[in-house]
Design a protein around this ligand. Structure first.
Ligand code: ADP
Ligand code: ASP
Ligand code: MG
Length: 407
């Protein structure tokens, strides 16, 4: 008998038929004698629909009220799934985040889970019930409803798994595991059997949206074995676990990409102390996150160029700020480009192998893809390239590193 936390994403509960199929799946585990806690997302498209409604009412909806609205999506699915479970002869109870005391901070729209009081869940489990919990939501210490950011149901599931010391946290979705890259972009992508927390964290941070970043952080911190599986077909999926347990010692684990980048270049800034601070300071003050940063060595010793990337949603605001700063410091011009994407290679094998960067750059050069920016860390190499080359870059790198052929 095991205690399992399962999470079903939007597509997996996207219709009443799908909810019924999930109920049947959960019922099987329950009949096997397992204790099951199920976390569900809103039905697919619902969170976007609610966001759209809010934007029709206001350009900048008040964050607190937006969370009250967004949290309703998950409340629909918990009730429907619980009803479906009863229909299949399983006693189940649904709970919102606040009912099972998922306490978060008060950062509306991107709240972080601080504490979970699992007493109520444990009582239901011990009485033989399946517990169905709304993902993506909690309450702050004053009782305000909060949500955890897009994809947040993954984090609810892992946090519950950690609190309940569950044997495994299973994330059921519309793909049958974590792939070497998004299978929607490269059909030859290969499912990975096991991947380390560290690599999965990089993949998620660099754009692989299969798991929310926070969920992988939680899983790693509390050593929760995390498994990504298909809710549509049987299979063992991908296990995300500690590095020493990963059998596969692949050089490169996978390729992640992020379509939402934009680039700002200040041309001809004085090559002197304080320049980076004068440009990045005001951007930071406006709460805009900067990703890649490059400053060249000034060839003439007097001026240089400074480039950084931001999320595309922040592009216009960042451009206006930088233009003002550039004027003030007597820079030559500001060039902006919001058609930039970032493609990254991820793998712990990079620590001990040289030559990966050169293979990467060679593969991109062969396709005539110009690299705009490069950034590296111990286990990843990222390049910023023009948006139109994204698919080509992902596919050529996938093939250059033989990702489809490895065992
Ligand atoms: P859910 O609604 O179940 O949470 P998501 O849409 O959030 O599902 O995540 C699953 C999607 O993640 C897949 O359909 C796939 O297109 C995308 N994805 C991106 N990168 C990867 C990857 N490396 N492996 C698997 N899926 C990926
Ligand atoms: N419903 C939320 C979203 O669409 C949370 C989730 O599905 O994980 O982002
Ligand atoms: Mg998701």
């Amino acid at each position: 008998m095991a205690l399992i936390v399962q999470k079903y994403g939007g597509t997996s509960v996207g219709s009443v038929e799908r909810i019924d199929a999930v109920a049947k799946k959960v019922a099987k585990f329950h009949q096997n004698g397992d204790q099951v806690v199920v976390v569900v997302s809103a039905m697919s498209g619902e969170t976007n629909r609610l966001l759209d409604l809010a934007r029709q009412v206001s350009d900048q909806p008040i964050p607190r009220e937006l969370d009250v609205l967004l949290a309703t999506g998950e409340q629909v699915t918990i009730a429907l799934l619980s009803m479906a479970l009863h229909k299949h002869g399983v006693e189940a109870r649904s709970y919102t985040g606040s009912q099972v005391h998922i306490l978060t901070d008060d950062a509306f729209n991107k709240a972080r889970i601080q504490e979970i009081d699992d007493a109520r869940i444990r009582r239901d489990l011990s009485e033989g019930r399946v517990v169905v919990v709304a993902g993506f939501q909690g309450t702050d210490k004053d009782g305000n409803i909060t949500t955890l950011g897009r994809g947040g149901s993954d984090t609810t599931a892992v946090a519950l798994a950690a609190a309940l010391k569950s044997d495994e946290c299973q994330i059921y979705t519309d793909v049958d595991g974590v792939y070497t890259t998004d299978p929607r972009v490269e059909s030859k992508a290969r499912r990975i059997d096991r991947i380390s927390y560290e690599e999965m964290l990089e993949m998620a941070s660099l754009g692989a949206k299969v798991l929310q970043i926070r969920s992988v952080e939680f899983a790693s911190k509390y050593s929760v074995p995390l498994r990504v599986l298909s809710s549509f077909e049987d299979g063992s999926g991908t296990l995300i676990c500690a590095e020493d347990e990963t059998m596969e010692q692949a050089l490169i684990a996978g390729i992640a990409f992020n379509r939402d980048e934009a680039k700002l270049t200040v041309v001809g800034v004085p090559d002197q102390p304080g320049v980076a601070h004068s440009i990045l300071g005001p951007i930071g003050k406006a709460n805009i996150e900067v990703d890649m940063i490059i400053q060249n060595t000034g060839a003439d010793g007097k001026t240089t160029d400074f480039t950084c990337t931001v999320h595309r949603n922040d592009y216009k605001q960042a451009l206006a700020i930088v233009q003002k700063v550039a004027e003030g410091m007597g820079a030559r011009s500001v060039i902006g480009d919001d058609k930039i994407v970032k493609v990254s290679l991820v793998g712990v094998g990079m620590r001990s192998h040289a030559g990966i960067a050169s293979t990467m750059f060679e593969a991109l050069a062969k396709e005539g893809i110009n690299i705009r920016m490069i950034s590296t860390s111990e286990i990843k190499i990222s390049v910023a390239i023009d948006e139109k080359y994204l698919e080509l870059a992902v596919r050529s790198l996938h093939s250059a590193f033989g990702l489809e052929q490895q065992a």
